[in-house]
Ligand binder design. Structure first.
Ligand code: C2O
Ligand code: CU
Length: 431
């Protein structure tokens, strides 16, 4: 025992903990969403979506960011539990001006599927394509036969350009587009081998569109959410991803010749029919041997609080009609409020109350929470999340623990048009 420990310490000391370095440029670029359709987009690293930044749990990461856009931007590292100064918001740094640069340096503490996106002029910058993923690998990742990363998005198109930005309807509902994309392309055709089990890392990077993901009725297994692995795989035929959400699925094994639709089932978030839609398909090719092993227990997640723990704070989401701006979205009755500080080490139990008639995906920066209950009904699954849907006229209770990372943090609705219309708060974590 002691000897193993000693060896491990030795190994850790010997292994180079050198930072993994990336250079990331944001610049205008032509976004080819389909064979005959290109849009004047904004790209990270010249790609739509931007490059996958590969990282390892506990290994420092350094990203030299350069802004070649003609407007200011900042890069937010969504879901990563890193120091406040690296969070990449207008609260934590001054925006990177056109032609400027900023070096983000931090050590990802958790394995999982994360993403990066601007935290300035979000509705336009994210819609135009500034979206990328961070895959953090960990020691206890299950063995699978292959892995795919699927970034779901939608764009509103008019001719060879984006549809109008900033309309009153978008301020109400969020900006939804009719062109549905996986990894930046309409009608994506994926391939996998029969007999194999793949890990699909999935992100909903849409501004506002909900994704009630289904694979033509096939069963898949949920293995991870925003903050990494859940406790045990859960067999499902559909899973709901709000904007900003991630899930990892174990997909397969399927039989050769099967063609499976990748689709979104109808979901009514309070803004109209929310019709079913098809994003693409996956074709199952010739069988290959499988080495995948999905353990029954993926990890254990200790509960932060009882389901009926007393709330320490109320966060009320609502909206009100505005003559000038159609609608203003509010938190505790105000647009962009400054909320009370929280103390390092003091358990937070927050009731997120949605008084409005439409759903809002609540996102907390820099910390994971557990969902304790919805409308008083205890959660059946324990997981670490940074986004949770708060359905219209409902109440979601969450618990989170501020660890020792003082500074300014934010929470907001991840329908980015709502975020831009007031439904975003900041608060300080203090020692
Ligand atoms: Cu993806 Cu402030 O969030
Ligand atoms: Cu909202």
């Amino acid at each position: 025992m002691t000897r193993t420990l000693f060896l491990l310490v030795l190994l850790a000391a010997a292994s180079p903990l050198a930072a993994q370095r990336y250079e990331l440029v944001a610049a205008p670029g032509l976004w080819r969403i389909a064979a005959e359709k290109s849009l004047p987009g904004f790209a990270y690293g010249g790609r739509f979506p931007g490059p996958v930044l590969e990282a390892r749990e506990g290994i420092p990461l350094e990203i030299v960011f350069r802004n070649h856009l003609s407007e200011p931007t900042v890069v937010h590292w969504h879901g990563l539990r890193i120091p406040a100064a690296m969070d990449g918001t207008e609260m934590s740094q001054s925006p990177v001006q056109s032609g400027g640069s900023f070096t983000y340096a931090f050590t990802p503490p958790d394995a999982g599927t994360f993403w990066y996106h601007p935290h300035t002029n979000e509705s336009r910058q994210i819609e135009r394509g500034l979206v990328g993923t961070v895959v953090v690998r960990g020691a206890s990742d299950p063995v699978v036969d292959a892995e795919q990363l699927l970034v779901f998005d939608d764009v509103s198109v008019s001719g060879q350009d984006f549809g109008r930005f900033g309309t009153p309807v978008q301020r109400w509902n969020g900006r939804e587009g009719k062109v549905l994309l996986i990894n930046g392309r309409a009608d994506t055709q994926l391939a996998m081998s029969a007999n194999q089990v793949e890990r699909w890392r999935i992100l909903n990077a849409s501004n506002a569109r909900y994704l009630r993901l289904a694979l033509g009725g096939q069963t898949f297994r949920l293995i991870a959410t925003d903050g990494g692995l859940i406790e045990r795989p859960i067999a499902l035929t559909e899973v709901l991803l709000t904007p900003g959400d991630r899930v990892d699925l174990a997909v397969g094994p399927f039989e050769e010749g099967t063609v499976i639709n990748i689709e979104s089932l109808a979901y009514d978030r309070g803004v109209g029919k929310g019709e079913a839609a098809r994003y693409g398909s996956v074709r199952v090719g010739a069988p290959r041997p499988s080495v995948a092993r999905l353990p029954e227990v993926l990890r254990s997640i200790p509960p932060l609080a009882e389901a009926d723990a007393k709330p320490t704070r109320m966060v009320t989401l609502d909206g009100r009609i505005s003559l000038l701006r159609a609608v203003d979205w509010t938190i505790n009755g105000k647009g962009n409020p400054h909320d009370a500080p929280v103390k390092v080490g003091e358990l937070q139990v927050w009731d997120i109350v949605n008084e409005s008639k439409i759903d809002h995906p609540f996102h907390l920066h820099g910390f994971f929470f557990q969902v304790l209950s919805q409308n008083g009904v205890p959660s059946t699954m324990r997981s670490w999340e940074d986004v949770v849907n708060v359905p219209a006229k409902s109440r979601v209770r969450i618990a989170w623990m501020p660890d020792d990372r003082p500074g300014m943090w934010m929470y907001h609705c991840h329908i980015v048009e709502h975020q831009g219309a007031g439904m975003m708060a900041h608060f300080e974590v203090v020692r």
